[in-house]
Design a protein around this ligand. Structure first.
Ligand SMILES: [Zn+2]
Length: 193
């Protein structure tokens, strides 16, 4: 679901945060909190900007390559179950069909799908699906995330979560394993395909 509004209604959001502070037992008029609702509304506009972003992947370079791997794209997202951050790195690999995307476009693609309420599994799939819609021959997306909702509450598990999505040519096991090996150890494994 895409929100076509250019910005969120910050006045409304600030009002809701103020109400939340009261419900939590706080005094929203004390010095430290007086500006918090407005600050949070500004912050939400930024960290949920993905709802209003186009990835603009259509802007491409025309040179071809056998395979492109963008490693270590930093992402920050918010878990949709607890509205707490999860964050980490995303590695994107794709086999182009005549067109190569600029790295900044891949970063925008990651931001479009991460700057919203998400779960890591869907984030990974949506990036792979959008690359496929752009006409690549194969896409593989590997995400490694730390989840504050697992660290701060519940079982307080400190492990990180890894998710992977692969599409098109990457569904072939040998190609996929080769690319995963390169992502995990680029210096030892790099060779052309
Ligand atoms: Zn959560």
């Amino acid at each position: 679901m895409q929100n076509k509004e250019k910005t969120i209604n910050k006045k409304k959001v600030a009002k809701l945060i103020r109400q939340l502070l009261i419900e939590l037992g706080e005094n929203p008029d004390r010095e430290g909190l007086i500006g918090t609702p407005v600050r949070m509304a500004d912050m939400y506009e930024e960290i949920f900007a993905g709802y209003r972003m186009d990835a603009e992947l259509d802007v491409t370079f025309s040179e071809d390559a056998d395979m492109i791997i963008a490693r270590d794209i930093q992402f920050y997202s918010m878990c949709e179950h607890h509205m707490l951050p999860f964050y980490g790195k995303i590695h994107v690999a794709y086999i182009p069909a005549g067109k190569v995307f600029g790295v900044s476009k891949l970063v925008r693609l990651v931001e479009k799908h991460s700057r919203r309420l998400q779960i890591q599994e869907r984030l990974t799939k949506q990036i792979a699906d959008e690359l496929m819609r752009m006409g690549v021959k194969g896409a593989l997306v590997l995400a490694e995330g730390e989840h504050l909702c697992m660290k701060m509450r519940g079982v307080r598990n400190n492990s990180s979560i890894m998710t992977v999505a692969y599409r098109g040519i990457m569904e072939q096991k040998d190609i996929r394993e080769h690319i995963l090996a390169i992502i995990q150890n680029p210096k030892a494994e790099f060779k052309s395909v």
